[in-house]
Design a protein around this ligand. Structure first.
Ligand SMILES: Nc1nc2c(ncn2[C@@H]2O[C@H](COP(=O)(O)OP(=O)(O)OP(=O)(O)O)[C@@H](O)[C@H]2O)c(=O)[nH]1
Ligand SMILES: [Mg+2]
Length: 241
């Protein structure tokens, strides 16, 4: 518990045996629940996470967004914190981020990796792609967003009921921010964090994922009509054995 709030940390993982160990060993004791969503990792990610006390949920269908949809359905906390299993986001800063979130009046706060605090922590191609996608999203939604691709968010779980989350892929990250910033009942802000080099092997395919995320921004802005779809997520998300 943190100031009377029950906290759940959700971590999507695909072959992150190196990083997940580091992340889980640094989770502060005030976190009530840690959920690791695994999409059939072929290494010992799931075994390590289970041994270290996380609740491992297996999702049969691949995808970053898909993993989040499934993990979020199981989250019991009233505040949810997300991060990668590669130890690139600052687990040690959770209390600082929570204090900031609780004293703000927004439903979702995203941890921005910009401005870069550690030189070389983000590959140049990723940096250019992230800045470009953030710029496009800012223009499309008339709202300055520094880091549309950050994977670390703190939000009230209730906010999910007001969201229409469709992406099963990497675009889930930009989509959850769009849902928050374009809904005055939720509200959105960013806070700068220190980002580090990832542990383990890269999963991101910068060109392919970047292109998909760019197309998704336009589809989301011009073609998807807003509906409350939390129920749809419930029906669609399949939890594997
Ligand atoms: N469960 C699940 N997790 C995934 C999938 N793809 C990526 N992830 C996890 O989602 C998190 C973010 O993916 P990353 O590969 O770190 O993406 P990124 O942070 O944009 O890129 P890097 O700079 O390489 O870290 C990591 O913890 C991955 O293991 C997937 O298909 N299923
Ligand atoms: Mg990462």
């Amino acid at each position: 518990m943190y100031r009377d709030h029950k906290l759940t940390v959700v971590i999507p993982c695909l072959n992150e045996e190196e990083g997940i160990q580091k992340v889980l060993s640094r989770i502060p004791s005030f976190v009530d629940e840690v959920i690791v969503v695994d999409n059939g990792s072929t290494d010992s990610t799931a075994a390590i996470a289970e041994k270290m006390g996380a609740r491992v949920i297996r999702e049969a269908v691949r995808g970053y967004g898909r993993a989040y949809k499934t993990g979020l359905l199981h989250a019991q906390g009233d505040i949810v914190i997300t991060l990668d299993g590669d130890h690139s986001y600052p687990v040690d800063s959770l209390s600082y981020l929570l204090e900031n979130f609780l004293s703000s009046n927004v439903g979702l706060m995203s941890a921005s990796r910009f401005p870069i605090q550690q030189a070389g922590s983000m590959a140049t191609t990723n940096l250019i792609g992230n800045k470009f996608l953030s710029f496009v999203m800012s223009v499309l939604y008339f709202r300055w967003v520094r880091d549309s691709q950050s994977g670390m968010w703190i939000f009230c779980k209730d906010a999910l009921q007001k969201m229409d989350l469709r992406s099963d892929g990497m675009a889930f990250s930009e989509e959850i921010k769009i849902e928050a910033l374009s809904n005055s009942e939720i509200g959105f802000k960013e806070i700068s964090i220190s980002y580090s080099n990832r542990a383990g092997e890269k999963k991101l395919k910068p060109l392919k994922d970047g292109w998909h995320n760019l197309l998704f921004l336009f589809k989301k802005r011009f073609f998807y009509r807003r509906k409350k779809r939390s129920v749809k997520i419930t029906k669609e998300a399949a939890v594997g054995p």
